[in-house]
Write a protein that binds this ligand. Structure first.
Ligand SMILES: [Fe+2]
Length: 405
């Protein structure tokens, strides 16, 4: 047991597959010393520090109302008000209902345009009327065949950061996930199916977390040097833009087949409202850098030249800087930056129990839903995150000087 301020913690149960050295300090369970339902400002400071230090914080056996969850989540960013994707993307004439498979589906009643309905966010998100910032999440979908699924195989659903990535909504700092009803069933094998033979044993219905710090740290030098210089331009209305595209077998981005919804087929948009964010985000408490890219939503890369005085390597990508706008090339580069960081040894697949509350540093980790469910396997979670009051900061001049020294 470790004491951090007045809070007592222990490491989360990393699986035997995990590289304990690289993931050292990633994820803690709070054993005592903090009640998420009632806390003072002083107590909260310790929790905040804990979250930014360990990136995933788990509480077990908790009874938590949506109001309490909202209050706790908001404490990380007290001046923000809006759910991370806006508060009303499934209201305005749409209602959500539980489908026969136990998943939530949005049923439209004339209020949404066809363009809005296409967004990939709609099938899984439903607002709780009394606390619109808290969302009820149902089942995802799973791309393995029914035969493979019956044999216990599954895949990552979609690696992502919780963020609107268009317009004025900044990526939330923290997401809270509360398991009202976790699915019960045998463990599964998550297959990568990308020719590497990689696979990862996972609890049924896990949420998988990958550390953005580890993702950056394990890169070969030339790729890390590219990540440090890259800014990512996201597509306009990215969740609508990507809605027709197929995910890669690893869930880490999309196939490039020309299936994006482009230009005039999107809801009205402007280039000014497209978000351009650093590829590496600086941790506000520790100063660490996290590689944070939403792989499905990327449209282009803006690469800065090597800093003045930096020694050049033969394999540096775009040493003089430049833009990458060819979507296939953009995705190839992003995949090279991110794939090492989701290796089985670097993934923490959380085994959910009823009453679990997980807080995660949404600017420090990537996460993915994993698994599909039989009709009698229910998954009911409350999720809350709030569009942030500030924007993620990229590497500082000192970070760059140290990285390229
Ligand atoms: Fe998410």
């Amino acid at each position: 047991m470790i004491a951090e301020g007045t809070i007592k913690t222990r490491p989360v149960p990393l699986p035997a597959t995990a590289d304990a050295k690289t993931l050292d300090g990633f994820g803690v369970e709070v054993v005592s010393g903090f009640d998420p339902r009632e806390f003072t400002a002083e107590e909260f400071k310790d929790l905040e520090r804990l979250l930014y230090t360990h990136n995933v914080v788990l509480f077990r056996d908790l009874e938590l109302t949506p109001e309490q969850q909202y209050k706790l989540t908001k404490a990380f960013d007290p001046t923000c008000e809006s759910y991370g994707h806006g508060n009303n993307q499934v209201s305005d004439g749409a209602r959500a209902e539980v489908g026969r498979d136990g998943g939530l589906r949005v049923v439209t009643e004339g209020g949404l345009t066809g363009k809005q309905i296409k967004s990939v966010l709609h099938p899984d998100l439903k607002t709780i009327p009394s606390v619109p910032q808290v969302q009820l999440i149902g089942n995802g979908t799973d791309p393995v065949s029914l035969e493979d699924e019956a044999a216990g195989a599954t895949r990552f659903y979609r690696w992502h950061i919780d963020a609107a990535l268009y317009g004025p909504l900044a990526p939330p700092k923290v997401t809270s996930l509360y398991a009202v009803e976790a699915p019960e069933g045998p463990p599964q094998t998550c297959r990568y199916d990308d020719g590497t033979g990689d696979e990862l044993p996972v609890p049924l219905g896990t949420t998988a977390f990958a550390s953005g710090t580890a993702m950056l740290a394990v890169l070969p030098p030339a790729v890390r040097r590219l990540a440090l210089r890259t800014r990512v331009r996201y597509a306009p209305h990215p969740y609508t833009w990507m809605a027709g595209a197929r995910a890669l077998s690893t869930g880490l981005g999309l196939e490039t087949e020309g299936l994006e919804i482009e230009g005039g087929d999107l809801p009205a948009w402007t280039a000014e409202e497209q978000q351009v964010l650093p590829a590496c985000w600086r941790n506000p408490a520790t100063g660490e850098l996290h590689l944070q890219i939403h792989p499905c939503a990327v449209a282009a890369l803006e690469v800065a030249p090597l800093p003045p005085g930096a020694a050049r390597r033969e394999d540096d990508v775009l040493p003089d800087g430049g833009e990458v706008t060819d979507l296939g090339e953009v995705r190839r580069l992003v995949y090279a930056m991110q794939r090492p960081g989701i290796a089985p040894a670097l993934v923490y697949p959380h085994g959910w129990r009823n009453g679990d509350l997980v807080l995660f540093h949404n600017r420090g980790v990537l996460h993915s839903v994993v698994g599909a469910f039989a009709p009698d396997q229910v998954r009911k979670f409350h999720q809350c995150n709030l569009a942030a009051s500030d924007w993620p900061q990229g590497p500082s001049a000192e970070d760059l000087a140290a990285a390229f020294a």
